[in-house]
Design a protein around this ligand. Sequence first.
Ligand code: ATP
Length: 282
Amino acid sequence: MNALELNGICKTYPGFTLENISFSLPMGTITGLVGRNGAGKTTTLKSIVGTVHPDGGSVRILGQELGTNVMQDVGIVYDECCFSEILTAKNMNSVLGSVYHNWSPDLFLGQCERYGLPLNKKIKTFSRGMKQKLSIAAALAHSPKLLLLDEPTGGLDPVARGEILDDLWEFIEDGQHAVLLSTHITTDLDRIADRILILSDGQLKLDESKDVLLDEYCVLRGSPDQLDLLDRDEILGFRRNAYSFEALCKNRAAMAEKYPALVCDRTDIEQVLVLLEGSEQK
Ligand SMILES: Nc1ncnc2c1ncn2[C@@H]1O[C@H](COP(=O)(O)OP(=O)(O)OP(=O)(O)O)[C@@H](O)[C@H]1O
């Protein structure tokens, strides 16, 4: 069973359309959702949990339609802290304990302690990073099966980010859990993601295994006129300026053999994202 299935999700706002988004998240995997500002990542995540009502398409979480019961098994972390700022972590323990059947005070308070969060200070006194850690501790404390995270590590220092990534890894390790992680920090995904989804202007441009992306995709480089040597069908995206070009292609070994005059390098998630957006620069 997949942890999550999206089938043809659409949502239109004035000037923006999320178009026919379909993908699935197998259990035991971490999927990274990336894209430029305004690409539609938050709209996708909100459509999954129903805080945005899609114009079309369907969502299945753990094989079920969206509903209160299934939401007990979903942990959500938004990019902004959405807890009342006059509460303390200790207060939250009581409040959320009455919301989630599986809430574990030990898990929550233990995680707060691990993240170095004071239990008796009001949330309004927390730094951005502390609020993010609190949101993650709360999302994990009701033992969800699916975790949805919208830019959860943006305000965290590198040590804290590493800690959170380790926690996500541990979360999915037993093969019974899954994570969908929207982030601009692509190096985090280089480290822990199994799959990569790239959204561009409301469209799903790429749904690929991270290993395939890192092993089999490549960037061809050469002088601007050499771009015309390439078969356009092979180019997924490119950038060109007055001095050089970079083109994203699949089948690294075949490309290296076919175009020996060009440099053929491996790529990473950030470069794939940039080249898929493509541009001509003067
Ligand atoms: N409630 C709304 N009403 C109107 N337009 C909206 C609303 N919510 C989002 N949008 C628009 O939808 C588009 C996608 O926004 P979204 O927040 O999903 O992008 P994002 O990929 O999460 O961006 P970022 O990386 O900056 O967080 C944007 O053009 C945004 O202005």
